[in-house]
Design a protein around this ligand. Structure first.
Ligand code: ADE
Length: 238
C-alpha cells in the first residue's frame, strides 16, 4: 500500500518510523511519503492561508497549493491500482471506526490532506473528486487543531490491518471492535499481585470455560461502557 501525507507540519509524522509501522515500512509493506504543502507554493512567503470570504474568525487554506499537490500525488498512483482514495481529516466528516479502517486497508493508494486553521477552501474537495474517491473523516466529536494527529491515528489503525504488518494475525481477531464488542480483560504472571488474584477460570486449563468467561466479560464490559455498540435486543437485557 502507498500512503502520501500532505501537511504544513511534516515532522509530526516522524513517529511513523517507530515500532510496528516503522518495521512495516522497512519491510516494504507500507510505502509512506510525507510532503510539505508549502513545496507547492510559489510566492516568497510560501503562503498557504488567507482570510475567509464572507468574513469570520481565523484563516482558510488557499486552494492553489492543494490543487497542485493533489494533482501531482494522484499521478503517482500505481497504474494497476486505479484511482487513489483522498482522505481529508475533518471534524465535519463521517466518523472513523474499525469498519472504516478495514475498508481503507484494502486500498492501494491513500492520500491524506491535513488541514489547519479554519479548514480548506471547499473547492479543493470538489476538485479532488476528479482525481479519486474523496472522504472527509472525523476521529470523533471533538475538535483538534489540525488533521495531523487524526491522520496519524488513522494510518496506525489502517496500517496494522494491512496483511503482514502485525506478525500474528490472531491478535487482530480478538481485539476490541473487531467483533463489535469491547475486548475481554487480560492477565499475566504473577497469579497473585497486591492481594489481587487472577480469575480462577484462567488457571483452570479448561479452554471451553475460558472462552465462555471471556465472552461474558466482553458482553458485560460493553453493556457497562459502550451500550451503544450492542444490538438493541442485548442492550435491553440489562
Ligand atoms: N481536525 C480537527 N478536528 C478533527 C477531528 N475531530 N477529526 C479529524 N480531523 C480533525
Amino acid at each position: 500500500m502507498r500512503i502520501d501525507v500532505v501537511s504544513i507540519f511534516p515532522s509530526y509524522f516522524d513517529g511513523l518510523a517507530l515500532s510496528l509501522l516503522g518495521r512495516a515500512r522497512a519491510a516494504g509493506l507500507l510505502d509512506l511519503h510525507v510532503h510539505d504543502l508549502r513545496d507547492w507554493t510559489s510566492d516568497r512567503h510560501r503562503t498557504v492561508d488567507d482570510t475567509p470570504y464572507g468574513g469570520g474568525a481565523g484563516m482558510v487554506m488557499k486552494p492553489e497549493p492543494w490543487g497542485l499537490a493533489l494533482d501531482e500525488l494522484a499521478g503517482t498512483t500505481p497504474a494497476a491500482a486505479g484511482r487513489p482514495t483522498i482522505v481529508f481529516p475533518s471534524p465535519a466528516g463521517e466518523v472513523f471506526t474499525q469498519a472504516t479502517a478495514r475498508e481503507l486497508s484494502a486500498r492501494e493508494h491513500l492520500i491524506f490532506g491535513c488541514g489547519r486553521y479554519e479548514g480548506i477552501d471547499e473547492r479543493v474537495f470538489e476538485d479532488a473528486a476528479g482525481l479519486g474517491e474523496v472522504r472527509l473523516i472525523s476521529l470523533g466529536d471533538y475538535v483538534l487543531n489540525g488533521g495531523e494527529v487524526a491522520t496519524m491515528a488513522m494510518i496506525e489503525a489502517i496500517g496494522r490491518l494491512v496483511p503482514g504488518v502485525v506478525g500474528n494475525p490472531d491478535s487482530l481477531v480478538e481485539e476490541s471492535h473487531e467483533d463489535g464488542l469491547l475486548e475481554y480483560p487480560s492477565y499475566t504472571k504473577p497469579a497473585l499481585w497486591r492481594d489481587r488474584a487472577v480469575p480462577d477460570v484462567l488457571l483452570s486449563g479448561n479452554h471451553g470455560a475460558i472462552a465462555g468467561w471471556r465472552r461474558e466479560q466482553q458482553l458485560e464490559r460493553t453493556r457497562l461502557r459502550r451500550p451503544d455498540l450492542l444490538p438493541t435486543d442485548d442492550a435491553d437485557e440489562g
